[in-house]
Ligand binder design. Structure first.
Ligand code: GTP
Length: 552
């Protein structure tokens, strides 16, 4: 009927012996197999059918006769894990491998764990079959032990058992699937000497756990590894039981998080803005070096983590020109919570800080707030410089036409609203063309600068002298009554006439004509007042120059 061969690595030899055997001898062999106490059977894995079963094996399935088992449809009763195990066997048996594993049987409710040696064989129709010998029969286990055994067998955790020296004794399906070939504990670890260290460690402690890079069939993976010391119940020899599960995805995620956290720290440290992150209790979560530098804090930023920001604000308020305003504004912003905002802070040492407040919400839940402080002193100075340049005449340094227009408009408005007096002078150099033509343009410029200096040094602080055209100047005089304005005009006229310009060839003098007027509440525009000043100035020109004329 069926024959197995002695050398499982050579299935063809088995076929030869089968065909050369005589019928009676085979029959005799079958009878002999029934006499054995060792359960033996041949299973057709592909069809999930029993192909042969000896008398000792029949009882494992609680059957009365072999025929009963030959007729049985195992596919309907077989568990998915058992089917998977058998499917794994197929290629291994085809390679001629002999597989030693435990299987559980439940004849009549009794639990039996049997050490099965599974060898390849060829069945009558030439297809591959699996010959099983139950090597240790009748190991009766109580139900809970068996359940534990089954759990170990089917768990996705990789369970391997080694002897005291780390040589592999047995392992479950998951451990087998991870590493097809394995002989020692040492071969499990990617790093050398880890196994040796762990074996030593287990001499002092009953168990240990670690996360390690492990070698599996095709690659290296991160595993969580639990090792414990045990004793073989049969031999009394020490054993090491290792349980492993794959944590590669978690480790990859952790590494990515670690990298991005570090990157974030580097970015925060690299920022030249002071950054302070507070939690909802107003405790420091993150602060950078730039923040410490801005406030002259000598301690390293990490020392500030956990600090109470309310107290810190109180002790920092002295840095600001408006200390109470600094603290009150913080409280206002925190009370508003949802609004982002920017403030300008002026420091007592002359610096300007811009402070940005950003409340932090995660999924609509308030998680504290971020303060970003930026030193904008240079920017402010630059802006002031640009503004000054935009409103200053480069030759004389006096306010230019644009600045004159703005100031005159402002003054005209307040004269209209508050009825305060204000005067305007228009000053024009007499016969300036002749100066340019005879002495040259550069000498003419000296005359313009001298006139500017004379105005700058002989007017009140609140008066605004402007160069509004080539050789035309205006003076805005807030609070000045008409007669005072006229007197001032005559004084200036004399001072200008007396001034000497140190020219290259010969020192020279020049005179000016001045028109005087005042701002009136009835003026509809600044053009109205400038036209009056202009008319007065031309009046002075026509009257012979070097004089003051008024037009009220
Ligand atoms: N050097 C110099 N001359 C200027 C500048 N801007 C205007 N001028 C000159 O100022 C002169 C103005 O001449 P005019 O408008 O004819 O009047 P004026 O010669 O002063 O005679 P009156 O105003 O009638 O007394 C012109 O020669 C211009 O070239 C400047 O920035 N520098």
């Amino acid at each position: 009927m069926v024959t197995t061969h002695g050398n499982p690595t050579d299935p063809s030899a088995f076929m030869t012996s089968f065909h050369s055997a005589s019928e009676p001898f085979i029959h005799h062999q079958a009878t002999l197999l029934d006499k054995l106490q060792t359960p033996i059977w041949i299973f057709d894995i592909e069809r999930e059918r029993m192909h042969y079963v000896n008398a000792a094996a029949v009882r494992l399935w609680a059957a009365e006769t072999p025929q009963e088992l030959y007729a049985r449809d195992f596919s309907s009763t077989m568990s998915e894990t058992s089917r998977q195990r058998l499917a794994d066997y197929l290629p291994r048996l085809a390679r001629g491998e002999v597989i030693d594993e435990h299987w559980s049987f439940y004849p009549g409710g009794q639990a039996i764990s049997l050490h099965c040696r599974c060898s390849p064989c060829v069945m009558d129709d030439g297809r591959p079959g699996m010959l099983v010998e139950g090597l240790e029969s009748d190991i009766s286990l109580d139900a809970s032990s068996l359940r534990a055994l089954e759990a170990v067998r089917h768990t996705p955790m990789m369970v391997s058992v080694f002897d005291g020296q780390g040589r592999l004794l047995v392992r479950n399906a998951a451990a087998l699937a991870a590493r097809r070939t394995l002989t020692s504990l040492d071969a499990c670890f990617a790093e050398h000497e880890v196994a040796e260290r762990l074996i030593q460690q287990l001499e002092d402690a009953p168990r240990c756990s670690l996360e390690a890079i492990m070698r599996v069939d095709d690659s290296e993976r991160w595993h969580h590894v639990d090792l414990c010391r045990a004793t073989d119940p049969k031999t009394g020899l020490p054993m090491i039981v290792m349980g492993e599960f794959d944590i590669t995805s978690r480790k990859t995620l952790e590494t990515a998080q670690l990298v991005s956290k570090r990157q974030l720290e580097v970015v925060i440290e690299g920022l030249d803005v002071g950054l302070l992150l507070e939690d909802e209790q107003r405790r420091v979560i993150v602060v950078n070096q730039a923040f410490c530098d801005l406030f002259g804090i000598e301690a390293p930023p990490e020392n500030l983590v956990g600090m109470d920001c309310r107290e810190a604000a109180q002790s920092a308020k002295g840095h600001f020109t408006e200390p109470e305003g600094f603290v009150d504004r913080i409280e206002d912003l925190l009370a508003s919570r949802r609004k982002q905002s920017r403030d300008l802070l002026t420091m007592v040492d002359g610096r300007f800080l811009e402070r940005a407040y950003t409340p932090l919400f995660v999924a609509d839940e308030y998680h504290g707030h971020l303060w970003v402080y930026r030193d904008i002193t240079r920017q402010r100075h630059q802006e002031a410089d640009w503004a000054r340049k935009a409103s200053t005449d480069p030759l004389t340094g006096l306010a230019n036409r644009r600045s004159f227009d703005e100031s005159a408009r402002r003054l005209a408005r307040s004269v209209g609203e508050e009825a305060i007096p204000a005067a305007l002078l228009m000053i024009d150099i007499d016969r300036f063309k002749a100066i340019n033509d005879t002495l040259g343009h550069a000498e003419g410029d000296k005359g313009l600068r001298l006139l500017a200096d004379t105005l700058r040094h002989n007017l009140r602080e609140r008066d605004l002298p402007c160069r509004t055209g080539g050789e035309e100047f205006m003076v805005i005089m807030p609070g000045m009554l008409p007669e005072q304005a006229e007197a001032t005009a005559w004084r200036l006229l004399r001072q200008i006439a007396e001034a000497t310009i140190e020219a290259e060839e010969l020192p020279f003098h020049f005179t000016v004509s001045i028109g005087v007027t005042c701002f009136k509440p009835t003026d509809r525009s600044i053009e109205a007042v400038t036209q009056r000043a202009d008319a007065a100035m031309y009046q002075a020109k026509h009257a012979g120059r070097n004089r003051v004329a008024v037009r009220w």
